[in-house]
Design a protein around this ligand. Structure first.
Ligand code: AMP
Length: 207
């Protein structure tokens, strides 16, 4: 498949984790706007300074900032045969802008109810050296790594609820938009990581 794939779903649905198997199966590079913004924030760049407050309060970063970021990234040579978008687009406006610059061939939506999202995100921990994501109960880290793990600043309950509100108001309507285009596959994201990976792999094979 030449076009790009969009991995769609609420924060904490497992998009970052499931992206790995799609990258492995398709060879398409993963583009995560959340990762790009976090790296800009930690470098203290102008983009990072602009994005920081929105991210820490659980709001979406303005569309024009995100669209500019994606336009630049899509010019890199590794993006020429399509990419895997993770966490983008998140508004109808972003999706419209994307449709002008790249072809989206498939959208894989991972569905998880809000209360489970809150449990998942609050227990999430990241290894800053490898970028690997763990969960205190669902994917326990090796004991020797525990002391260096960090929690994302926006992974606390209040901010998660804000992020979920932004998802329901601004992002979820996009699911219908892509469904009307006939390119949406929906996956139940409530099982174990392995169970969800199996469903994702099945959806990718059927593309
Ligand atoms: P994520 O890691 O995808 O959950 O993103 C973390 C935060 O980065 C979000 O809560 C937003 O503040 C911001 N962000 C990431 N991707 C986007 C996007 N496509 N549009 C707007 N804001 C975004």
């Amino acid at each position: 498949m030449r076009g790009s794939i969009v991995l769609f779903g609420p924060p904490g649905a497992g998009k970052g984790t499931q992206a790995e198997i799609i990258v492995e199966m398709t060879g398409k590079p993963q583009i995560s706007t959340g990762d790009m913004l976090r790296s800009a924030v930690s470098q203290g760049s102008a983009l990072g300074l602009e994005a920081k407050e929105y991210m820490e309060s659980g709001q979406l970063v303005p569309d024009q900032v995100i669209i500019g970021l994606i336009q630049d990234r899509l010019e890199d040579p590794d993006a020429s045969n399509g990419v895997l978008f993770d966490g983008f687009p998140r508004t109808i406006h972003q999706a419209e802008a994307l449709s002008e610059i790249a072809e989206v061939s498939a959208v894989i939506a991972i569905e998880v109810p809000d209360e489970e999202i809150v449990n998942r995100i609050v227990g999430r921990r990241m290894d800053p050296e490898t970028g690997e994501i763990y969960h205190v109960s669902f994917k326990p880290p090796p004991p020797e790594l525990i002391s260096r793990l960090v929690q994302r600043k926006d992974d606390n309950e209040d901010t998660v609820r804000m992020r979920l509100a932004a998802y329901h108001d601004q992002t979820k309507p996009l699911g219908d938009w892509y469904s009307n285009m006939g390119i949406l596959s929906t996956i139940d994201g409530t099982g174990s990581i392995e169970e969800v990976s199996k469903s994702v792999a099945k959806a990718v094979r059927s593309l």
